[in-house]
Design a protein around this ligand. Structure first.
Ligand code: GLN
Length: 506
């Protein structure tokens, strides 16, 4: 029974709770037990809040018993990436500099979760301040991929993706600055969505690159991601980039994808620069071709399109993002938050600040602060930051051009399947370059969804779909249609293929 509870989708769990077939406390306890059994091996969580989660669950059960109508996900537990502020619950962004910091406030999305009655079971691991693509830059040790514990789950949101893939939580929140929701989804066989920039409030998300950051859902099905997006999305006055848009129900959009003919006549463009055979592993390319074939069978029209400026997106991102990082991380100054290294010898406040930042930040964070400070410095500003901004505009125009011809763009989410620990940390350029498939969507703000397209050598491959800004609903419809078709075709879901983790093994 407990196993069945952790294997169910969030939509199924919510329905069972509503029908009185189970309770939020039972569902939450089942996931806490699962965490106990496997998180020693996976390390998806930095903090598990059993007490808080069970309290929230009991409250939901009480309100349902009293006949209250709650949100469509009421009672379903959720995990939250540890760069999103949770009141009274330690939030570190996987950095030593914030060790022990308990935010005095909730992020907007966390307020929404609490109002929706989804118990928060814990905070998930990430690369320090979301800078990385493997969780190897977490100050508290990496997360292991549930499909193969010797491999990374991707990053930076590897903890949220692994928690969902290992059945430790049915749904989770991530943040995506250059791919941190989508690439881990791809590497763990789960679903991840980067919403349109401004669709979900960033209030309370620990800023990395403010013009790129976006909070979004991680789940095992497209419908579950849509249900979670419905809860966290919408206008918030406290985020000045929050869009004043009437959003449709994303859950309804996902359900529409289950209707026959949902993608008939859909025009799908494949950006050459993102799907090129040279830059993708053969297994990834094969799975991608198969997904395109499935789309064709469903009645979509596929065309390959040239998106030449996408080639410069990675270079532009690795100037713009560090520039914003250097400014955003200036607030960790030993005075306002977390760590303070105050050696008796420190002569003045600058000395304390610099000792604190030297001890509190890891190498990758320091590298990006240095790079960003340099790119913004007088005399270099035009050459680096200014040029990168121009490239960003060109990438935006490329998307506009593409979307004047097609309805969605499709590409592999990641050029490779899950890689082994240590494989990329020695070659940072390779690590950075591997983001070329996901970064264009962040530079332009368009929504992008990753869903499983199959396996290559027993490891998951992700398919990425992109749509024009504010057309998030379209991605849920198309994604749900493909998800259903691929499952039917293989006669089983990726989930059924997921290997059983050896309990507690490490
Ligand atoms: N891997 C990318 C980076 O290292 C993306 C990170 C993110 O989206 N937070 O910057």
């Amino acid at each position: 029974m407990t196993e069945q509870l952790t294997r169910s989708s969030a939509a199924e769990l919510a329905a069972a709770i509503r029908a009185g077939d189970t309770t939020s406390v039972a569902v939450t306890q089942a996931h806490l037990d699962r965490i106990d059994a496997v998180d020693g091996a996976v390390h998806a969580f930095l903090k598990v809040d059993a007490e808080g989660a069970l309290e929230q669950a009991a409250e939901v059960d009480r309100r349902l018993a009293a006949g209250e109508t709650l949100s469509p996900l009421a009672g379903v537990p959720v995990a939250v990436k540890d760069n999103i502020a949770t009141r009274g619950l330690e939030t570190t962004a996987a950095s030593r500099i914030l060790e022990g910091w308990k935010p005095p406030y909730d992020a907007h999305v966390v307020e929404q979760l609490r109002a929706a009655g989804t118990p928060i079971i814990g905070k998930t691991n990430l690369d320090e301040f979301a800078m990385g693509g493997s969780t190897e830059f977490s100050a508290y040790g990496p997360t292991h991929n549930p499909w193969d514990l010797d491999r990374t789950p991707g990053g930076s949101g590897g903890g949220s993706a692994a928690a969902v893939a290992a059945f430790e939580s049915p749904i989770a929140l991530g943040t995506d600055t250059g791919g941190s929701i989508r690439q881990p989804a791809s590497l763990t066989g789960t679903v991840g969505m980067k919403p349109t920039y401004g669709s979900v409030s960033r209030y309370g998300a620990l800023a990395m690159g403010s013009s790129l950051d976006q909070i979004g859902p991680a789940a095992r099905t497209v419908l579950d991601a849509a249900l979670l997006h419905d809860i966290i999305g919408g206008r918030d006055q406290r985020d000045q980039t929050s869009l004043n848009t009437e959003w449709p129900s994303f859950a309804d959009a996902a359900r529409a994808g289950h209707e026959p003919g949902a993608v008939k006549g859909l025009r799908v463009g494949v950006p050459k620069q993102l799907a090129d055979a040279e830059s993708c592993e053969p297994g990834v390319r094969e799975s991608f071709e198969k997904a395109l074939e499935t789309l064709r069978e469903l009645g979509a029209e596929i065309s390959w399109i040239d998106t030449a400026t996408f080639e410069y997106a990675v270079a532009a991102y690795y100037l713009l993002m560090p520039a914003e990082v250097s400014s955003n991380l200036a607030r960790y100054d030993s005075v306002r938050y977390g760590l303070r290294v105050d050696d008796a010898g420190a002569a003045n406040v600058e000395a304390v600040m610099s000792a604190t930042r030297a001890a509190g930040f890891g190498d990758e964070v320091k590298r990006r602060i240095l790079l960003g400070t340099y790119a913004l410095s007088a005399g270099y500003y035009d050459a680096y930051y200014g040029s990168a901004q121009k490239v960003r505009t060109l990438v935006q125009r490329e998307f506009e051009r593409a979307f004047s011809e097609v309805d969605v763009l499709a590409a592999p989410t990641s050029p490779s399947v899950a890689f082994r620990f240590g494989e990329r940390v020695e070659d940072l350029t390779a690590m950075y370059y591997a983001d070329f498939t996901t970064i264009p969507a962040n530079l332009s703000g368009v929504p992008a969804l990753s869903l499983p397209s199959g396996l290559a050598d027993g490891l998951p491959v992700g398919l990425q779909l992109m749509a024009p800004a504010r057309e998030d609903a379209r991605l849920y419809t198309v994604g749900a249609a493909i998800e259903r078709a691929l499952d039917t075709e293989r006669g089983s879901t990726l989930l059924a293929a997921a290997p059983e983790l050896k309990e507690g093994a490490r």
